[in-house]
Write a protein that binds this ligand. Sequence first.
Ligand SMILES: CC(C)(COP(=O)(O)OP(=O)(O)OC[C@H]1O[C@@H](n2cnc3c(N)ncnc32)[C@H](O)[C@@H]1OP(=O)(O)O)[C@@H](O)C(=O)NCCC(=O)NCCS
Length: 192
Amino acid sequence: MLEEEYQKRRVLPRHLRKPPPPPAEFSFTIRDAAPRDLPDIREIYNYYVINSVVTFDEDAMTLREWRAKFAYLGKLGMPFLVAVSPSDQVLGYALVSPWKQKRAYRYTVENSIYIRPAATGKGLGNALLADLIDRSKQAGLKEILAVIADKGAEGSLRLHEKFGFTEIGRMGRVGYKFDRWLGTVMLQKSLK
Ligand SMILES: CC(C)(COP(=O)(O)OP(=O)(O)OC[C@H]1O[C@@H](n2cnc3c(N)ncnc32)[C@H](O)[C@@H]1OP(=O)(O)O)[C@@H](O)C(=O)NCCC(=O)NCCS
């Protein structure tokens, strides 16, 4: 080999290289939502408003609307939870809100649970719904309803059934979004 052809080995052979660090473990904690979380919550919800039929809202919600909702639920003592990453980024949220305004409905709520798209399928929905049910019981609520689109929301249906929600009825052709008719499946869970 001529001297000018000689090149120093720059890369160590595979067996001598340091193994790459293991992938960072996915971790999260659940806590009460705070006003500072509302921009993230709005972003998560609006993603599904704009891109899916899992919600029948068609217009993106404003921060002002989320602030009003947060204050209203807080006044009623209803649980509103977030799952956050170790750096406190909101990965998903779950809340309950009154089913109807008439007084006799006061022990009955509807739930709402949304996970940031990149964080779905990692156990957040499970953890949030479990805590939401516990916290709803502690708040003295007795019945939770889940109203789920009859198309495109299979994950949500399975999740609720896993937690003992049972189907109590269906409505066909009650929503019209993205140029098609949609129905709803209603599920109920008693908190006894
Ligand atoms: C539905 C949703 C809340 C579930 O949360 P998630 O963090 O993705 O779910 P998890 O990883 O905790 O899984 C919990 C259970 O949900 C069900 N599930 C979740 N994704 C599913 C999918 N793609 N298909 C079928 N079942 C699914 C399963 O029963 C799963 O339990 P298992 O892991 O024991 O099988 C979440 O995917 C989401 O935000 N989806 C879009 C918004 C939405 O539909 N919200 C509900 C409106 S009613």
